[in-house]
Design a protein around this ligand. Sequence first.
Ligand SMILES: NC(=O)CC[C@H](N)C(=O)O
Length: 427
Amino acid sequence: MNSLIRPSIIKKTLATRGLASVVTDAPFHAHYPVVPGSLTAHLQLRSGETFTGGSFGAPASTVGETVFTTSLVGYPESMTDPSYLGQLLVFTQPLIGNYGVPKRTRDSYGLLKHFESEKIQCRGIIVSDYATKYSHWNAVESLSEWCEREGIPAITGVDTRALVHILRGQGSTLGSLSVGSKPVDTQDINWVDPNVDNLVAEASTNNVRVFNPTGDVHVALIDCGVKYNIIRSLCDQGAKVSLLPWNHDITKELDMYDGIFISNGPGSPTHCTETIENLRAAFSVYQRPIFGICMGNQLMGLAAGLNAYKLRFGNRGHNQPAVDLTTGKCVITSQNHGYALDDSRMPQGWDRYYVNANDGSNEGIRHLAKPFRSVQFHPEAKGGPLDTGYLFAEFVNEVRATKKAANVGGIPEEAIAATAAVAGASA
Ligand SMILES: NC(=O)CC[C@H](N)C(=O)O
């Protein structure tokens, strides 16, 4: 057995010092008191392993897909990212909570500045070492208080290295997070895979919402579970943004929009059949820019004729290298996805756009003649890195150029030139 996996931890329970109800045969954090006086919590994987630690969130039980992120910072942003709906989020960064939770300040568009949606979206969090003391100029409460207030269970004192080793080996696994002196009898756990449901329908807006109404170009943003910084990034470029429900029939109102944008979102892209159909219809008649991020990349790919598959454990973190195949340049990107497009054979008229330099998985596609493209990573990058923020400027400028050309009744030459430049660079 690999030395990283200690038998005393896996298949048994991980005991944590300071928790009277826990067996203390192999304390992982023997040198840390884990939230003195807190309750005992358990993470049980469907594959049979149990990790026991201290609860620092809500005294609630939940089941979700256990996934891990390698991001070093940004727990408020990650936890409120709707792409994590249905998931139990493991942080590989050992120390979590040390800068607390920020104020709910809003920007001029009415969006929360420091969170990516209105609430915590993941079902629970799993950390190695919860920092009971926090310090930050903008913090108003602790991570523990926030989780408790929002009803989200959280466990600390877990050997996250051993846990991630398991998840990397067998792939993302269903997990049950519970609070109590003993783990739940596995027969009594309702192991429902969140990915069987259309989580996008849950995450998306129900009503059309308009942001930055005085913007000079009008972008339809299809909300599959949008991160606030995507809306903000488009508005900051001067666009008026209409946020539309995931299944809104854009095909009847294509003339209203100077560009179309498809957001990130939770779960499997295959549930979004209406979005895929709408995009497929738009591809055949729309002449203006279309852009997708993450779930948006997957939906554009499915509409173009590609298939999507589930990655073993996904790519989640803020340090994923992606190579732009049109320039050969490598960018460091923020990612959070469990599915990927199979780009081994591209449909006619489309090409690969970016590729992941670690595992070779697809990081984007582009149309060769029309201004349609998408990326699997997150250029809005909350939190960070900001390497690919330029894609928002490129998109909105392209939208502006096609609008201008259409208004003067000519061929949208700037758009064609922009697309040709991208295509030419790859030749
Ligand atoms: N961030 C996203 O949009 C994620 C897309 C999709 N839910 C996946 O896991 O692959």
